[in-house]
Design a protein around this ligand. Structure first.
Ligand code: 5GP
Length: 120
């Protein structure tokens, strides 16, 4: 499985303001910022503020309020960036086979062009 939460991970450092990020939204439960290596015209990461390594931890440990707040932030960011009507994609990676690199739970929000058929 995944290691326990590491407060030195890059997204924890962004949350603490130790390294900069191009923030697009912040509220009590979530922070959204542009990915440093965008794979689409819009590529934003949305992270919960709590200490969750992955979706497994988030689903098991976060409160209903945190989970609702997180997903409301995802949808709000997409809407505020003008993606709601043309549409967008939300993706998350989990663990080694999923290719997860940063051990703080996050989802990727992609948009700004037709994204094509989803493939692994
Ligand atoms: P994962 O593979 O863990 O789902 O995705 C991690 C994402 O974080 C990658 O798309 C990568 O480009 C992005 N990323 C890694 N380090 C940084 C950083 O320091 N700042 C920002 N804004 N994005 C980062």
């Amino acid at each position: 499985g995944l290691p326990p939460y590491d407060d030195g991970n890059i997204f924890a450092r962004i949350l603490r303001g130790e390294i900069p990020a191009k923030k697009v939204h912040e509220d009590d439960h979530a922070l959204a910022f542009h990915d440093i290596a965008p794979q689409a015209p819009v590529h934003v990461l949305v992270i919960p503020k709590g200490r969750y390594v992955s979706v497994a931890d988030f689903a098991a440990q976060a409160s209903p309020e945190e989970i609702a707040g997180f997903w409301r932030a995802v949808a709000k960011v997409a809407k505020d960036l003008g993606l709601e009507e043309p549409g967008y994609r939300v993706l998350m990676n989990m663990g080694a086979h999923g290719g997860q690199e940063v051990p703080h739970y996050h989802v990727h929000l992609f948009g700004g062009r037709p994204l094509g058929r989803m493939v692994p």
